[in-house]
Design a protein around this ligand. Structure first.
Ligand code: UD1
Length: 367
């Protein structure tokens, strides 16, 4: 029997591994699929609630590494994950996305001559100031199998000299989770909890270091939210990084009453909020994709995106960080001038099945 360890660490990883874990059940008896949680995210509402919402089993390994500087966090993950790999001797590890856990575990596995598969490979913002861009570049450079969500990924990998035999255009596993759990979101009572009228509120998420780690940027963003709040109610589930910076910079009491601040929200409730929002203002990567799939208006407050398909064919508008322009764009949407979109190729809820089938074939070839 072949053994595979999938790695999760931070919030955006859980919804990507859930459909992969489910797809492996078809190969029960042939492939043993284990889950390793590095503990990069550890708060109940950043981690545990996602396991429950996504019907994921308890992880087989929990490394408990927690927060720290990039070097500390990455190094701690490597030290602990190496012990797991040495003890378990898997045939393959699977990593997803672009967080520190992704690169740390890929580095460990490949140096121990264990094959690595990267799901969500090839995405590039071309902005090396983002820690995630470094993680993406390095993970793709050393992985054996690269599973791509959108066509730009194929191009980017080609331009970096990656050979075609490693690259598989399989679609978007995060959309698999969305499609799987949309029915559950229908029965969420989150709108009632915050007295939100469906289709008439703005959902906000902001956590990128470039937006929230300096007082000037964060203050300007909060000012923007206050301006939009004159038109609509805003719901702003706040990431721990953003929350601690608001307190640190003395900005925690600067938001108008119409901006509802909440703790981070679980997967199902957040999906319910996404699908019924009139507009989303975000700097997240995943939410650009989820809103495109659902046809919900999205304004991305960043200078670049590693997910250009959401702008090319989807409902995402990449406005940049000039907040006058962001405000203009937001008010336009709230005035009914919306961007129409379509769903990108292969975002059909079956990406994990395709990935697992390819992995199964490749592992069989190795016998
Ligand atoms: C990480 C990812 C980012 C992803 C984001 C999603 C990297 C480099 N960044 O950023 O790509 O978009 O997750 O959330 O991997 N904290 C808590 N509780 C937690 C986790 C973190 O309070 O459960 C606080 C800690 O103060 C920590 C800070 O958040 O220092 C940042 O956490 P960290 O894991 O370093 O990065 P994120 O900003 O969450």
């Amino acid at each position: 029997m072949k053994k595979i360890i999938s790695v999760v660490g931070a919030r955006p990883n859980f919804m990507k591994i859930a459909p992969i874990h489910k797809a492996f059940q078809k190969y029960n008896g042939k492939i043993k699929h284990l889950i390793c949680h590095t503990g990069q995210h550890y708060d109940e509402n950043m981690s545990k609630i996602f396991f429950e919402d996504l019907e994921l089993p308890e992880p087989d390994f929990y490394l408990g590494v927690g927060s720290g500087s990039h070097a500390e966090q990455t190094a701690r993950i490597m030290i602990e994950f190496e012990k797991v790999v040495l003890a378990e001797k898997p045939d393959l590890i699977i990593v997803v996305g672009d967080v520190n856990s992704t690169i740390a575990c890929t580095l460990v596995a490949t140096k121990l001559k264990i094959k690595a598969a990267h799901v969500e490979a090839g995405l590039r913002s071309f902005d090396r100031d983002m820690p995630e861009e470094i993680n993406r570049l390095l993970t793709d450079a050393i992985s054996d199998f690269l599973f791509v969500t959108e066509k730009s990924g194929i191009e980017n990998l080609k331009n970096e000299g990656v050979t075609d035999d490693k690259v598989f255009f399989t679609g978007n596993v995060m959309i698999d989770s969305l499609a799987n759990f949309l029915h559950k979101a229908e029965s969420s009572d989150i709108h009632e909890k915050y007295q939100l009228e469906r289709g008439k509120y703005v959902l906000v998420t902001l956590h990128r270091p470039s937006n929230v780690d300096t007082k000037k940027e964060l203050k300007a963003l909060l000012h923007l939210l206050n301006t939009v709040a004159r038109k609509r109610k805003l719901l702003f589930p706040i990431h721990p990084r953003t929350k601690s910076n608001m307190v640190k910079f003395g900005l925690d009491n600067t938001l108008e009453k119409n901006v509802i601040l909440t703790d981070p929200i679980g997967y199902i409730d957040f999906l319910a909020l996404t699908k019924d929002a009139e507009l989303i203002i975000t700097d997240s990567g995943g939410i650009q994709e989820e809103s495109t799939y659902l046809g919900i208006q999205c304004i991305t407050v960043r200078k670049n995106t590693e997910r250009p398909i959401t702008v090319e064919v989807g409902t995402n508008q990449l406005i940049g960080v000039d907040l006058v322009k962001v405000e203009e764009a937001a008010l336009k949407v709230l005035d009914g001038k919306i961007k129409k979109g379509t769903i990108p190729d292969l975002w059909d809820g079956k990406a994990a099945e395709r990935i697992v089938e390819i992995i199964h074939e490749k592992l069989l070839q190795e016998k």
